[in-house]
Write a protein that binds this ligand. Sequence first.
Ligand SMILES: [Zn+2]
Ligand SMILES: [Zn+2]
Length: 221
Amino acid sequence: MNAVPRLVLLCDDASAKIAPVSADCQIDECGVPAVGRCRNCSRAFCVTHQGRVLGGPVYVDRCEPCTTQDVQRRRDHDEQFGPSFVHSGRARTVLATAGVPTVEIHTVEQHLKVTRLTLRVKKQWTTSAPFGHGWLLGDLLWQYNAGGPGGGSDNIEHCLTALLRDPVPDKNGVIESGLVRVAEDADRGGYILLKSSYASFSYGSDSGWSGVAAKVRQLAG
Ligand SMILES: [Zn+2]
Ligand SMILES: [Zn+2]
């Protein structure tokens, strides 16, 4: 699963630093004088058959067919194990098709009433409201603000994570791709949605997304 080839960028100005190759382009029986040799397939390539990504870099050691293949392979990998697996809705489809049960998720809000003069707490109560349903994925790595004075995403830890069954509009960045932090509600049953500002699923880490994919497939059997 880790066999995805990495594109190595040696030079972003293709014409400048390529050492001359005394060979003709071997891609598609092209025959034009070559400007480089592919590190992957060892074939010489000309400027036309040099690897490049549309709107992206030009590669000095990759031919065009190999680059296209790499890009496709990376796209496939992303769709199977990366963010696209969740963003595209495929993760939900996999879980729903397998009939994996969802749990109920609700919000809980604390309310306080204080006396105006002494600021003593006169009344204290909580309310809860339904939020949605989701699949419990288990503990995954999160980055979020714990309410500390420093602000920012000061907490990085594993949190019980659910994938919401129905897409929810993004509220202040709390909901990302339908992945939410939850906690079991011992009093009411079901699960409490944990809100915190700047909360984001740790999408920066590849293991985070492949972790989601692994949990989803594990649940779906
Ligand atoms: Zn090649
Ligand atoms: Zn060529």
